[in-house]
Design a protein around this ligand. Structure first.
Ligand SMILES: [Zn+2]
Length: 413
């Protein structure tokens, strides 16, 4: 499976442009060689999604999902070739090693191993390798859920964003993603008096917008602790009143200005200025409730245009699968604790959840206390420790096998 990971890293699926078909070709060939058929669907040329399945009993199907695209690289700022998949200093280096070709490799390997073993599964096992997650999933999970729901409808989904070691206050935790925020990307435009640059005026669109952007930045949005986050903070021993920024983002809707636009000539005061706001909604909130809150901050004047949006999602941490994950995590790293987690960002899980699936972020990897794990996501020098990958692989295998009604020894001898 380490070799599958290295092979996947070498296939450049930077999005844009994506070109995920190179990855699905690789997966389809490996599956096809062992008699497993794949369905490959593209909403746009070369933006391929692959779904394969192993038959099973009547339990609610389990889907193992990963996205095959990666974010682009600034190659000059890497210390090793970003698509070289070198093994050095105890790590496999390369874009996608963490986010998220490691899980893709594990998923492929598990499906092949189960097929070879010829064992009976208590439920159907679905493998999904999808495109375009890094650019909003329009050509990937969202496309499949909206246009081909029968292919990706499952009772349970294991996806990214969880199962890594979180070192906090001298203790080890393993966040398991149970919830994720929604997003509402809004373009906010203000109008002002245009004029000649030689005669400044205080009611120009730029001045009005600048004041509003500062106001948005300085006005905290209403804090609300969901029951899940209360449990997470309690388990981590974090006081909500003094939570660090990452956790504060899990306790409120948020809005961050990301793109400013105004002006077209250096001696013309423009009549219009706009800002793109990256809004994120808590579970239980809607695009409308976030826009209402934003309206309360900026007043009635500015125009809002929603550029894109997707709802939040929240599952339950009180399920047999969550308990199974927690049990195996805590056995694999004695003294550590599995904690339910809300992702402030977005994954494909929010789309699968629309079809009724309970989704967990569980792509396990053990990370040492000195590894800058968070910075590796979309960062330079992305890499995964080989021993941490193998540790995660064993853990992941135990969880998946058990949930399919099997013991490890029935598949691997
Ligand atoms: Zn990802």
């Amino acid at each position: 499976m380490l070799e599958y990971l290295r092979a996947l890293i070498r296939l450049d699926t930077s999005n844009p442009p994506g070109n995920e078909r190179v990855a699905t070709d690789f997966l389809a060939a490996r599956l096809g060689a062992e008699g497993i058929a794949s369905v490959v669907l593209e909403k746009e040329p070369a933006r391929a999604n692959l779904v394969a399945r192993l038959k099973g009993g009547g339990g609610a199907p389990l889907m193992l999902s990963s996205h095959t695209d990666v974010v682009p690289v600034e190659a000059a700022r890497w210390s090793r070739t970003p698509f070289g998949a070198e093994v050095a200093e105890g790590c496999v280096w390369g874009r996608g090693s963490i986010d998220m070709k490691a899980k893709g490799a594990m998923d492929l390997g598990l499906v092949l191993a189960l097929s070879r073993a010829g064992v009976a599964l208590n439920r159907e096992l679905v493998l999904a390798a999808v495109a375009d997650e890094e650019a909003g999933s329009e050509l990937g999970a969202r496309f499949l859920v909206e246009r081909h729901p029968e292919l990706v409808r499952a009772g349970w989904v294991l996806n990214e964003a969880g199962g890594f070691t979180l070192h906090l206050g001298g203790r080890r935790y393993y966040p398991i993603q149970v919830a994720e925020k929604g997003y509402v990307t809004v373009k906010m435009t203000v109008r002002g008096s245009p004029g000649h640059g030689s005669i400044p005026r205080s009611d120009s669109a730029i001045a009005v917008l600048a004041e509003l952007v500062v106001r948005i930045d300085r006005t905290p949005m209403r804090a609300r602790l969901t029951p899940l986050m209360r449990r997470t903070l309690e388990q981590l021993g974090i006081d909500p009143q003094s939570a660090p920024p990452l956790f504060r983002a899990m306790m409120a809707n948020t809005v961050a200005p990301t793109i400013l636009r105004a002006g077209y000539k250096d001696n013309v005061i423009p009549g219009e200025a706009s800002v793109v706001l990256d809004g994120r909604t808590l579970p239980g909130e809607t695009a409308e409730s976030l826009l209402g809150e934003l309206r309360g901050i900026v007043g009635p004047e500015p125009m809002f245009e929603v550029l894109k949006c997707a709802p939040p999602a929240e599952g339950s941490a009180d399920t047999p699968l969550f308990r199974l994950i927690a049990h195996h995590v805590e056995s694999a790293d004695p003294g550590a604790r599995a904690v339910p987690w809300m992702l402030p960002g977005a994954t494909d899980s929010k789309f699968y959840a629309q079809l009724g699936a309970t989704c967990y972020g569980f792509a396990p990897v053990r990370i040492g206390p000195r590894m800058p794990y968070g910075a590796l996501y979309h960062g330079n020098d992305e890499r995964i420790p080989v021993d941490g990958f193998l540790w995660g692989l064993r853990l992941y295998t135990e969880v998946v096998m058990n949930f399919l009604g099997l013991r490890f020894e029935q598949v691997f001898n």
